[in-house]
Design a binder for this molecule. Structure first.
Ligand SMILES: [Zn+2]
Length: 341
């Protein structure tokens, strides 16, 4: 199971060939987890986690969420597709998984794909768009996503035909899909795909259920505006959401829980800034390099912020040990450069 997870995560970050090399190196270097390995002694135990389900040789799973609406997942990445009497609407053709998505759609219908929606421009989510382009498929994305793709000039991510600003309503075969831009957050242009009649929505790379946000808030440009975006999304009427990652959709309660973590990490970072004294760190430091001294101070603040969050959050959300110090770092930078606490 662990090898599989490492392999899947390896694919997520490095592509399949490098993931294979990583897993082989890991297995043959004797680094496979066993009690006699010395590094195990320092291993901070995991907090809350959900094991990935076995998706078998097929490589994906599909789950019908409501009439005409399907959830597609490779275990690590996921998306939505909508099958109507007038054709199929797909979202986020995941890099390296486009062929599997085609297979999944063929399991359900022989209708052609008519629309392809990009949640945002990131290559890991839409890198197989070229496999669906052409044949009159209309690509829809927020205008900032279109601008980013123009800059990238990537033939695997063809430019959108329809570039919307704040809202776009797409009706096909009696079902209406609302595309909404909640403002800058996970980059510019990251938009939600909302199906009001089914109370289902997709909001990628921001609020993965039962998980802290990804490393450094998934490289979010504007953390404050991203939180405001989540608040706006939570005002919509939905029961189920798709986060772009992991093997299952989440509930509205689970989205609220992740937002609560955003606020808790912000609060903990302020407390830590107030508690850790620069002079204290300096008096204990052995370095003569002023940049290193500053680094030691910031690390001490992040460490304190992590300690504040640990009792409440480690057993609640996945990824706490991996990413929380990074979140503290981002907030500390935010308070230093954008808004003093
Ligand atoms: Zn992204």
């Amino acid at each position: 199971m662990e090898k599989k997870i490492i392999f899947l995560l390896g694919i997520r970050f490095f592509g399949i060939s490098r993931a294979l090399i990583i897993i082989m190196t890991w297995v043959f270097s004797g680094c496979a987890t066993s009690p006699e390995n010395s590094h195990v002694d320092n291993f901070e135990p995991d907090g809350y986690y959900e094991p990935l389900p076995s998706i078998g040789k097929k490589g994906y799973l599909i789950k019908q969420l409501a009439s005409e609406v399907y959830f597609f997942s490779t275990g690590v990445y996921n998306n939505l597709f909508i099958v109507t009497s007038e054709g199929v609407v797909i979202t986020d053709p995941i890099k390296g998984k486009g062929k599997l998505l085609k297979k999944a759609i063929r399991e359900i219908t022989s209708q052609p794909v008519r629309f392809m929606i990009y949640s945002h421009s990131h290559i890991d989510h839409i890198g197989d768009a070229h496999l669906f382009a052409g044949d009159g498929v209309q690509i829809v994305a927020q205008v900032e996503t279109g601008k980013a793709l123009k800059r990238y000039r990537d033939k695997n991510r063809p430019l959108p035909h329809i570039n919307f600003g704040t809202n776009y309503s797409l009706s096909i075969g009696g079902i209406t899909i609302e595309l909404m831009y909640m403002g800058e957050g996970h980059g510019k242009g990251n938009s939600i795909v909302y199906i009001p009649s089914r109370k289902i929505m997709m909001y990628v790379d921001t609020v993965t259920p039962k998980s802290v946000p990804f490393k450094n808030f998934a490289y979010t440009v504007d953390i404050f505006s991203q939180m405001k975006g989540i608040e706006k999304v939570l005002k919509l009427d939905f029961n189920t959401y798709i986060a772009g990652h992991l093997h299952r959709p989440g509930s509205k309660e689970e989205m609220k829980e992740v937002l609560e973590y955003y606020y808790a990490s912000k609060k903990a970072s302020i407390e830590a800034i107030k508690k850790v004294s620069f002079l204290d760190v300096r008096s204990k430091s052995k370095t003569k390099d002023v940049e290193r001294l500053f680094g030691e101070y910031l690390d001490a603040v992040a460490e304190e912020c992590y300690r504040i969050l640990k009792p409440n959050w480690k057993q609640r959300l996945m990824g706490f040990e991996a990413f929380t110090k990074g979140h503290c770092d981002i907030w500390i930078a935010y308070h230093r450069t954008q808004k003093a606490p």
